[in-house]
Design a protein around this ligand. Structure first.
Ligand code: PYC
Length: 331
């Protein structure tokens, strides 16, 4: 049996986005988080088949557009990635909104604005277009907040680290320069990946963040290595680790949101401040601290992230049950 998926492939600031425009399963659920759980229970093979080798790769990420479950939203998004079905993905949203608008798959009720339902909540979008090309997308993200500071771990072969945990749609272990960590360029990509796996495992054992408003969102899944900026006009740089081997090629939307909340918590940023975040490869998002909010009794912020995406082409993908690797593999 052969399943066919029609996709628009592209990237946001260098990180892949695979928007599945045909072949999405019908999901049960009264909101996107229930649909996400239904997808994980019954259709996770679609994610692994489309994201892992041989049809994808370590960084592969994307999702599906669904009709919204609420009247005040224009559409729903379900994210798929090598690491699972994220509650929220910033680079993925920028890409899927861009490709969806450019190809007439999303119709805004108000020009230049969209409201989208994601598993982590409701996000507001503003975008700028010229003709049918979307030039930029700004996400007013779900609330971000700092869940913990100073979690101590000892990384074998590297040394002790003091880690802060911040939420920006996913939970991030934030590693700032300290001790043996002297900067991204001193580590290099392979060492970042290797260390991040250990950092995540140690953090998962040391501390489990649970979202104050929804306990289905929990646990550190990503590691953000923070560094000083490299390029002119940037305020900071990062390498965000996800899945088993991925470093985000974009500055990471939820990672940037988590970092904004973190820098507000540290007194470095305040409401109204802008923060240009560089990725490991030098691409950029513009982050902004929009407002201060309460997140279930914890002080937080509404962050926004702005970036742009480029489609690279249409891709029709088969998942054929006769293929020994129909559900994908990872080595
Ligand atoms: O942009 O939020 C993001 C993201 C999460 C994982 C990879 N990118």
């Amino acid at each position: 049996m052969r399943h066919t998926f029609f996709c628009i492939d592209g990237h946001t600031a260098g990180n892949p986005v695979r928007l599945v425009t045909g072949g999405a399963p019908l999901l049960r659920g009264t909101n996107m988080i229930e649909r996400r759980q239904d997808f994980l229970a019954r259709f996770d093979w679609i994610r692994t088949g489309l994201c892992f080798e041989p049809r994808g790769h370590d960084m592969m990420s994307g999702g599906f557009l669904y009709p919204p479950t609420r009247e005040d939203a224009d559409c729903g998004i379900l994210f798929i990635e090598t690491s699972g079905c994220l509650p929220m993905c910033g680079h993925g949203t920028i890409g899927m909104v861009t490709f969806g608008l450019e190809n007439g798959l999303i119709t805004p009720r108000e020009p230049g604005k969209l409201r989208i339902e994601v598993p982590a909540g409701l996000i507001d979008i503003e975008y700028g277009a010229e003709g049918n090309r979307v030039r930029w997308v700004r996400i007013r993200n779900v609330p971000a907040y700092v869940a913990a500071t100073g979690v101590q771990i000892d990384v074998p072969g590297f040394g002790p680290l003091s880690i802060d945990v911040s939420y920006g749609g996913n939970y991030y272990a934030i590693v700032e320069p300290q001790g043996a960590y002297t900067g991204l360029d001193d580590l290099g990509a392979s060492r970042i990946v290797e260390l991040s796996r250990t950092v995540r495992t140690l953090m998962q054992a040391a501390y489990e963040p649970i979202h104050p408003l929804d306990d289905r969102i929990r646990g550190v899944t990503h590691v953000l290595w923070a560094d000083k900026p490299r390029g002119e006009g940037a305020d900071g740089r990062n390498a965000v680790f996800y899945g088993e081997r991925a470093i985000d090629r974009s500055p990471c939307g939820t990672g940037t949101s988590a970092r904004l909340a973190h820098l507000v918590h540290k007194g470095v940023l305040k409401v109204g401040d802008r923060f240009v975040h560089e990725s490991y490869i030098g691409s950029r998002f513009i982050g902004r601290v929009e407002e201060a909010v309460d997140v279930g009794g914890v002080p937080g912020i509404i962050p926004s992230i702005e970036g742009s995406a480029i489609a690279t082409g249409f891709n029709t993908i088969w998942i054929d049950r006769e293929d020994p690797f129909w559900a994908g593999f990872s080595v």
